[in-house]
Design a protein around this ligand. Structure first.
Ligand code: ATP
Ligand code: MG
Ligand code: MG
Length: 548
């Protein structure tokens, strides 16, 4: 396996050289408050790949310290998605909630050292007293409680003696610190919601800042990788480790989070879309959740390739969606069998083809990947072609079928269009053509003409289907910066069309992905499809320019 170098690998190399560590241990720490998205994939690939490359370990740790938003359903989906992406964590999955007793003991230790106190200011006042970048903070009136008092009040907090929001535990650091984060950060808050694992055993919950560094230390994590927003929290991370009896020091490093144009990667914002029924769940094929991408037809390999391509740095940037699309296209171009499907059908009647005759033509499933084998397509007197491949009169140089001209049907014959019949409104009902019976997969003798090739499906032997065409969910390239997402929803992010696919394939057994020739890559949508009503998701177009 090839690992593209990045600044974290360089740090690790250096750490080994200077004997700062002898093994690598990373972790991926999702909060189980939603499904994983493409941003998480970046972090997953980074953490698990480092462990693989250096023969180390990577833990999966659920950062479950906020019971109001966390559910077992999310734990299950996160485990599934990580394995689907091709990674497996060391040992069993861990939970911050496994360490609640230990964390509590470290909090007591800080209180006993005079480094933490129970504050009874409201959350509003805590924020106000904390000050801003340009205004130093003010001490809380509860800051100077004795150690004895603090021990009593912290026990009272644990025992449910305070209402929610009426008390919290804060570190006693420095209310005048240049960094607002260091101005007596909150370590514990009260929540009476039942927790998905510990139930009602606890009513106080450690904050991210308090629990993360200690959990890392408990698990023997060497390199704790997080996104740049936590850069300033690193000082607090180190302060807590230094001021408790912990002896093993993990080191936090930050990298730039993944931002994609036209995409939101925030569980909270995805939830807004679900609640407002803009999408039909966490796995809606338009979402860039791992489950949405999977349902859309993205392969795990293409997502890993994407993470490799974008690399890891400390530079914030915005990646174009086309980078992800190009990864799946490259993957499917080599691996997806090809089929013919007509999405905007118009009927062609071949006047000189025998009535009732079905010609079976053997065709390759892929032009160069012969491992994909062959299949039969059935040619009949009546077929469908795409209506955009026919013009009554040719008004451009672009080769199309027109009255009096010829075109090649993919894998089959050259046909010539003679006339059309129309309904009372002037819509074409059928195109009457003749075929040249000597042109099955070959040109007429002495013919140098280059024929345009179009796809087709038998009008008598086919499988009707719906095709879902997806577009961006938002009309704004930077949706996460817009206050009300509902104002920038793209009304045509899903277009559904009815057409036909060649017969002979049991799509429930073989859902794809397929390339429908000239149309793009598609996969059966298991959720929308019924045995008699198939729905295919378009994964991606063939080329950027081939969008119709
Ligand atoms: P969200 O805002 O969607 O809830 P989060 O950062 O709160 O995301 P967590 O479950 O806490 O989600 O994240 C687990 C890990 O995934 C963290 O280490 C976090 O840094 C990383 N991560 C989350 N989003 C991104 C992203 N867009 N790019 C890179 N890493 C990310
Ligand atoms: Mg979070
Ligand atoms: Mg977040």
């Amino acid at each position: 396996m090839y690992y593209k170098s990045n600044f974290i690998y360089k740090i690790v190399d250096q750490d080994f050289k200077l004997k700062k560590c002898t093994k690598i241990h990373t972790r991926f720490p999702p909060e189980p408050n939603g499904y994983l998205h493409i941003g998480h994939a970046k972090s997953i690939c980074l953490n698990f790949n480092i462990a693989q490359k250096y023969n180390g370990k990577c833990n999966l740790r659920f950062d479950d310290t906020n019971p109001t938003k966390e559910h077992k359903e999310y734990v299950k989906s996160i485990k599934y998605d990580i394995q689907w992406l091709g990674f497996m964590w060391d040992n069993t999955a861990r939970y911050t909630s496994d360490y609640f007793e230990k964390l509590y003991a470290y909090a007591i230790e800080l209180i006993k050292k005079g480094l933490a106190y129970v504050d009874e200011l409201s959350m509003y006042d805590i924020k106000k007293y904390r000050g801003t970048l340009t205004k130093i903070g003010i001490d809380s009136p509860y800051r100077y409680r004795s150690i004895k008092e603090n021990l009593i009040y912290f026990t009272k907090m644990r025992d449910g003696g305070f209402l929610e929001g009426k008390a919290c535990l804060r570190a006693k650091i420095n209310m005048a610190d240049a960094s607002v984060i260091m101005r007596d950060p909150v370590l514990y808050r009260i929540k009476y919601t039942s927790h998905h694992r510990v139930g009602k055993n606890w009513c106080i919950y450690p904050t991210y800042d308090f629990s993360h560094c200690i959990s890392d230390a408990i698990e023997g994590i060497t390199h704790s990788l997080c996104t740049l927003e936590f850069q300033e929290n690193r000082r607090l991370y180190n302060w807590i480790l230094k001021n408790t009896s912990i002896t093993q020091y993990p080191v936090q490093y930050e990298f730039a989070r993944l931002n994609l144009t036209y995409v939101i990667t925030s569980k909270r914002q995805i939830n807004v879309l679900i609640k407002n029924k803009i999408v039909d769940g966490w796995d809606d094929p338009r979402l860039l959740t791992i489950s949405g991408l999977r349902r859309r037809g993205y392969t795990a390999a293409s997502i890993r390739e994407f993470c490799q391509r974008i690399g890891v740095s400390r530079q914030d940037s915005q990646i174009e969606l086309s980078v992800l699309e190009s990864c799946i296209r490259n993957d499917l171009n080599k691996t997806a069998p090809r089929l013919m499907a007509v999405i905007h059908p118009i009927k062609v009647i071949i006047s000189n083809f025998p009535e009732g005759y079905e010609e079976k033509i053997i065709v390759p499933n892929h032009p160069s990947n012969y491992n994909l084998g062959t299949r039969f397509v059935i040619f009949t007197k009546e077929i469908f072609i795409d209506r955009f491949d026919f013009y009554e009169k040719l008004d451009s140089n672009f080769p199309k079928l027109t009255i009096g001209t010829e075109i090649r049907l993919r894998y089959a014959y050259i046909i010539r269009a003679n006339h059309v019949i129309k309904d009372v409104n002037g819509n074409i009902l059928a195109i009457y053509c003749n075929y040249n019976p000597h042109t099955l997969n070959k040109n007429p003798i002495n013919d140098k003409k280059v024929y345009k090739v179009i796809h087709w499906v038998s009008a008598q032997k086919n499988i009707p289907a719906k095709f879902h065409f997806y577009d961006k969910l938002f009309t704004h390239p930077n949706p996460s910066t817009v206050r009300n997402l509902l104002n920038i929803v793209n009304p045509t992010s899903l277009i559904s069309l009815k057409g036909y696919i060649e017969s002979g394939i049991s799509f429930f057994k073989h859902p794809g992905p397929y390339q429908f020739e000239r149309e793009g890559y598609f996969i059966l949508d298991h959720q929308y499809s019924k045995p008699t009503d198939l729905v295919f998701n378009r994964i991606v177009t063939l080329k950027k320019s081939s969008v119709r």
